[in-house]
Design a protein around this ligand. Structure first.
Ligand SMILES: Cc1ncc(COP(=O)(O)O)c(C=O)c1O
Length: 206
């Protein structure tokens, strides 16, 4: 704040290069695709497709669409929801996940977020404490490193092994983990490699 002739002048300034649109990784992918030279007639495979809705096989079921429409039309859910998710949604999620789990989740174990970024925000803030470290996959999704730095969590990278379908290098994990390790991040299906870890391998990780 600066005072000029007895008046208060705010110092907010627009930073032209800083907009929500050009911060997204999608903006970088689009820029790369715009600059690809396709004059030699070779087919171009876009490896930056992150949106499944572009493919008809990923269309959600009519039942799910109808449920969304009827929830909107009912006007029962227009208010301010619980920040951890609506109780009925959390019960439904717990019930669904319980089909495949060797233990039982209660609705209180479920925290619904508006996407992975919010989940990362919440989890890393909760896990951070002085001296703590977190194990992240390499290669991985960069937001985890950025958010860990914000919470002053030490990051330790474990390798994914390309020759074994990007499985976790378990020896590497054993070597890195210690009593201050608060979590290990498994991205499955993997980003950026797109691999899916097998159940036997996931059991070993657990
Ligand atoms: C591993 C991983 N974490 C987090 C995110 C961010 O997710 P969201 O866009 O739902 O916030 C993504 C998005 O692709 C992701 O692949």
């Amino acid at each position: 704040m600066e005072c000029e002739r007895g008046q208060t002048k705010w110092q907010f300034r627009q930073k032209s290069s800083f907009t929500a649109g050009n911060l997204a990784v999608r903006a970088v992918v689009n820029k790369v695709m715009e600059n690809v030279d396709n004059s030699n007639g070779k087919p171009i495979i876009a490896l930056g497709n992150g949106d499944p809705s572009k493919f008809s096989c990923f269309r959600i079921s009519e039942r799910a669409e109808d449920a969304i429409v009827s929830a909107v039309r009912s006007a029962k859910y227009n208010g301010y929801a619980f920040s951890a998710g609506m109780p009925c949604a959390r019960s439904a999620i717990a019930e669904y996940l319980n089909k495949d789990l060797p233990y039982k989740l209660s609705p209180d174990d479920v925290y619904a977020t508006i996407g992975c970024s919010q989940a990362i925000e919440i989890l890393l803030s909760v896990l951070a404490r002085p001296g703590a470290n977190i194990l992240l996959p390499r290669p991985g999704y960069p937001y985890y490193e950025a958010r860990a730095a914000l919470s002053k969590l030490e990051v330790r990278h474990f390798n994914l092994v390309p020759e074994r379908g990007w499985e976790v290098d378990l020896d590497n994990v054993y070597a890195l983990a210690d009593e201050n390790t608060v979590a290990m991040v498994i991205i499955n299906p993997g980003n950026p490699c797109g691999n899916v870890l097998s159940y036997p391998h996931l059991k070993k990780v657990r």
